[in-house]
Write a protein of this length. Structure first.
Length: 205
């Protein structure tokens, strides 16, 4: 099915009737702070699934889930997923490992917000966005990126302009294109490398 930007796949604490396996594009899980603001805790793409609490027998989502980058996904009713889990124990094992890795990523992202600059976090986001979406070009406004990282738009604008000036990316009318991935990897914080290593370990186990 088609995933369109800002589509709401799950409401906060809402029921999970279907799960999604993104093929490309991404969706973000947002948590309400209780003060009229939301914080993005994780962005999920082709490495994982949306609606993963059902693997643990929990039928409601733990945050509002919005499509952040257009793409396509496989949609599966929860009842059908449970049948596959019963028939294929290896699938159950793989999805439980994924849930562990997802928790690790959320924890790593929390640490990154406290320890590293917005510029470093933006680099991590750019690299992860390319990994998740499977392409070098993304349609994101500066405001959208700022909201995803919990930053001020002006701060994000300065970071993106710096990356553009040094030839790491191009940015025209809300379209970001990675030009020098290796250069971004060099200046990224260790969190990105740690996250990639965790996924590789999960798949190899």
């Amino acid at each position: 099915m088609l995933l369109r930007p800002r589509d709401e796949l799950y409401t906060a604490a809402g029921p999970i009737e279907s799960v999604y396996f993104p093929l490309n594009g991404t969706a973000s899980i947002l948590i309400d702070t209780g003060q009229g603001e939301t914080v993005t805790i994780i962005t999920i793409g082709n490495e994982g699934m949306l609606g993963s609490p059902v693997v643990l027998g929990i039928q409601r989502n733990f945050g509002r889930t919005l499509v952040s980058e257009a793409g396509t996904a496989l949609k599966l009713p929860v009842a059908v997923l449970h049948i596959h889990l019963q028939q294929h124990p290896v699938l159950q094992t793989l999805l439980v490992r994924y849930l562990y890795t997802l928790a690790r990523h959320i924890a790593q992202g929390c640490a990154c917000r406290h320890l590293h600059s917005i510029e470093k976090q933006c680099v991590r986001w750019l690299l992860t966005a390319q990994d998740r979406a499977g392409r070098e070009t993304f349609v994101f406004t500066q405001q959208a990126v700022a909201e995803l990282l919990g930053a001020q738009r002006a701060t994000m604008s300065l970071a993106l302009r710096r990356f553009k000036r040094t030839g790491l990316i191009t940015y025209v009318r809300g379209r970001i294109q990675i030009q020098d991935r290796r250069g971004l990897e060099v200046i990224s914080c260790p969190c990105y490398t740690s996250m990639v290593a965790e996924y590789q370990h999960m798949l190899a186990a």
